[in-house]
Write a protein that binds this ligand. Structure first.
Ligand code: SF4
Length: 304
């Protein structure tokens, strides 16, 4: 038997172990330990990577301060994409900030059998009564996809009833190979329903930061630096960001793309739709930051 898994057989249920044996290893003294990581997510089984829902709700939508991101599903899905995230967000005085709340419909067995739409509508009514947000994003989880609740109809109902921005994301965990599918679903929803709906006046050197999620607070420092130099940061997608600012993102002159993998195609889409140029940047470390600043200042100087 493979030495890596010898001794682990008794500790895990057979079904889990069969699917996960390449991801488990006992650390042997003096021997290198390797595990397999690049494999498809299996919903409901502790996994070696994020699911599609985690990419949509946890990574892209979760950091937006002024949006209530409502998980339609079991409480565990909501909890683990909230309590384990390290995105920070500072609000301006008078602004709402929902980052410290975990919103979930907490689906139970009865809802799975008889349908969960009623519970979703009730949750939205409660949210409007208690928090009165201007934006609600609904994210669906594996069980919701399986029972077929129409979250998009509920989003339309909320929009008509309260006149708020309400968008549903069909980001069930089992969709796609990993959380990357969820990034796409979230970004596509934002470009369709949010970007282009605002009309905020922007300054002379107006930029967006794309793919910057303010993990541990890095965006605070990047924003401080760029504002100090004289750039007007119209919006950040999505760390320490707001839906309100993102609505006017189309008015910026340049998109700076930090996390290439999760969002470069949005740079392309905005180039096509609004003519906004985009550049890949890297703010990790002083040298990379200097290189990025020198690279794009020429671009903006030409356009102004
Ligand atoms: S959405 Fe599915 S895969 Fe993702 S955490 Fe919930 S049950 Fe697990």
């Amino acid at each position: 038997m493979d030495k890596r898994i010898d001794g682990l057989l008794d500790k895990y249920p057979a079904a889990v172990f069969k699917n996960r044996k390449q991801h488990l290893a006992e650390i042997m003294e003096g021997e290198p330990t390797t595990i397999s990581a690049n494999t498809r997510t299996i919903p409901g089984i502790i996994t070696n990577r994020g699911c599609c829902y985690a990419g949509c709700k946890g990574v892209v939508l979760g950091p937006l301060r002024d949006a209530v991101v409502l998980t339609h599903g079991p409480i565990g899905c909501g909890y683990y994409t909230w309590g384990t995230r390290r995105n920070k967000g500072k609000s301006e005085p008078g602004e709402k900030n929902f980052l410290s709340y975990c919103f979930s419909t907490d689906l139970q067995e009865g809802d799975i059998v008889f349908g969960g739409e009623k519970k979703l509508r009730r949750a939205i009514e409660d949210i409007m009564d208690i928090f009165s947000p201007s934006t609600i994003f609904i994210c669906s989880t594996c069980p919701v996809g399986l029972i077929g609740d129409d979250i998009h109809a509920v989003a339309r109902w909320a929009k008509e009833t309260w006149g708020i921005t309400c968008v549903a994301f069909s980001c069930e965990g089992y969709k796609g190979v990993s959380q990357s599918g969820g990034h796409h679903i979230a970004n596509n929803g934002l470009i369709t329903h949010v970007i282009g709906t605002g009309d905020k006046a922007v300054g002379k050197y107006a930029i967006n930061l794309l793919g910057e999620y303010n993990i541990g607070g890095d965006s605070f420092e990047i924003e401080r630096l760029l504002k100090g130099i004289g750039y007007d940061i119209v919006s950040v997608m999505t760390g320490n960001g707001t839906v309100e600012a993102m609505a006017s993102a189309h008015k910026a002159q340049l998109n700076l793309v930090q996390c290439h993998r999760s969002i470069n195609y949005i740079g392309e889409m905005m180039k096509e739709k609004y003519g906004t140029d985009w550049l890949k940047v890297n703010f990790i470390g002083v040298r990379s930051t200097i290189k990025s600043l020198r690279m794009w200042q020429n671009t903006l100087a030409i356009r102004n």
